[in-house]
Design a binder for this molecule. Structure first.
Ligand SMILES: [Zn+2]
Length: 388
């Protein structure tokens, strides 16, 4: 009989319950003999050969929010309201299939167990649904702030989605929808997309409360985000006010979350991306609605968005997941880089919460199931997370 091996880690997450400190896994041949607190395992398996400690043993993490098709962009750190026009819109010609191919390869190479990708280009969507070896969700991004064209934009999206559903395959990506952000989609279009998603069982992701200027937009209709957004629209020949886009007057006390709740969008239980500037009331509403949240710590830091109230969301029982965002704001598409960055950016947060978010939270958002590290299951080297 071969000598069993004892893998040890600062953080062990078996996929069940909560991650623990100072854990270990005993492996005999290719099979897990036991997993749990290290002290116990040492006692029960004195003959096991103990390996040097790792930081984390866990099922692999999920990259719950990416923009693969922006992978040819240069990384640039700017305030969010400038980054959108000066980086995303200005660089639009670089967006497409070539970037998506590079992005998918980066996600695959990082060892992510799944992904939630926002897709902007129809060719990219078809390619991803047919070819991606990484499972998860590909969300079709819809953007149209003009309520007058809401129905036309909706019909077009619906037609595309209906055509793509036959490309979904087991082990590949599921189709989802992404109304881009609270203020870049008109109130009418938000309603239509949410209703359609519920009826079709399509998962949704929406960018919400990414930068403090978004809170200002809903409270006053003014501020740097409102200004840069209205200026972008004027350049395309559309003269609209914030009140026309959101179908009501901005008002003190109105937040992006209370607005989505008012529209009925939260009933579709969309995954909310960012939520950096959530108030305690926003956290309460999101918890009650049962919406998961994805945080992208590097992107939020690089776009001067502020600090995600992670502890508050965790305390309220909200499922938090982790994403890299695009390389243009998040630097890399490697979810392990994001985990390490999250530990550094949130030093006061229990590092086990980050691991749980990356694994369980990500799986809740993108579907599938977390494999269990327990007696009798097959051992996988992917459970040993890379150190750097
Ligand atoms: Zn994003």
């Amino acid at each position: 009989m071969t000598q069993p091996t004892l893998h040890t880690a600062d953080i062990l997450y078996t996929g069940m319950g909560s991650p623990i400190r100072d854990g270990g896994v005993v492996v005999s041949g290719q099979t897990i003999a036991a997993a749990g607190p290290l002290a116990e395992l040492r006692q029960n398996y004195p003959q096991a050969r103990q390996l040097p400690p790792r930081r984390v043993i866990s099922p692999p993490p999920v990259n719950a929010h990416t923009h693969l098709d922006m992978s040819l962009y240069e990384f640039q750190s700017l305030p969010y309201f400038r980054w959108i026009p000066e980086v995303v819109i200005a660089g639009r010609a670089q967006r497409g299939l070539e970037g998506a191919r590079a992005g998918l390869e980066a996600v695959r190479a990082s060892g992510a167990a799944g992904m939630g990708d926002i897709v902007w280009d129809a060719g990219v969507m078809e390619w991803l649904l047919q070819e991606s070896e990484v499972s998860g969700v590909a969300y079709w991004e819809v953007l149209d702030p003009n309520p007058a064209t809401a129905l036309v934009t909706f019909d077009k999206a619906r037609e595309l989605v209906a055509g793509w559903r036959k490309l979904e395959r087991p082990g590949g990506l599921r189709l989802g929808l992404s109304p881009h952000a609270t203020h870049t989609v008109s109130y009418k279009l938000h309603r239509l997309l949410a209703e359609y998603s519920v009826g079709e069982g399509l998962p949704m992701q929406i960018h919400v409360l990414e930068h403090p200027s978004e809170a200002e937009l809903f409270a006053t209709g003014a501020g740097p985000l409102a200004e840069s957004f209205l200026a972008s629209m004027r350049r395309t020949g559309t003269e609209l006010s914030i009140a026309e886009v959101i179908g009501r007057e901005p008002a003190p006390g109105l937040s992006a979350i209370s607005y989505l709740a008012e529209l009925g969008v939260l009933k579709a239980r969309p995954t909310l991306i960012h939520m950096v500037n959530a108030t305690p009331e926003d956290v309460r509403v999101v918890a009650q609605a049962g919406c998961p949240v994805v945080t992208c710590p590097r992107s939020n830091r690089n776009l001067h968005c502020g600090t995600f109230p992670w502890q508050q969301f965790a305390a309220a029982g909200v499922e938090v997941a982790l994403g890299t965002d695009s390389v243009a704001s998040g630097e890399t598409l490697n979810i392990h880089d994001e985990v390490r960055a999250a530990w550094a950016i949130y030093p006061g947060l229990d590092p086990r919460l980050v691991v749980r978010a990356a694994v369980k939270g990500g799986t809740r958002v993108t579907g599938g199931r977390v494999p269990f590290i327990r007696r009798g299951e097959a051992w996988s080297e992917t459970y040993l997370w890379p150190e750097e």
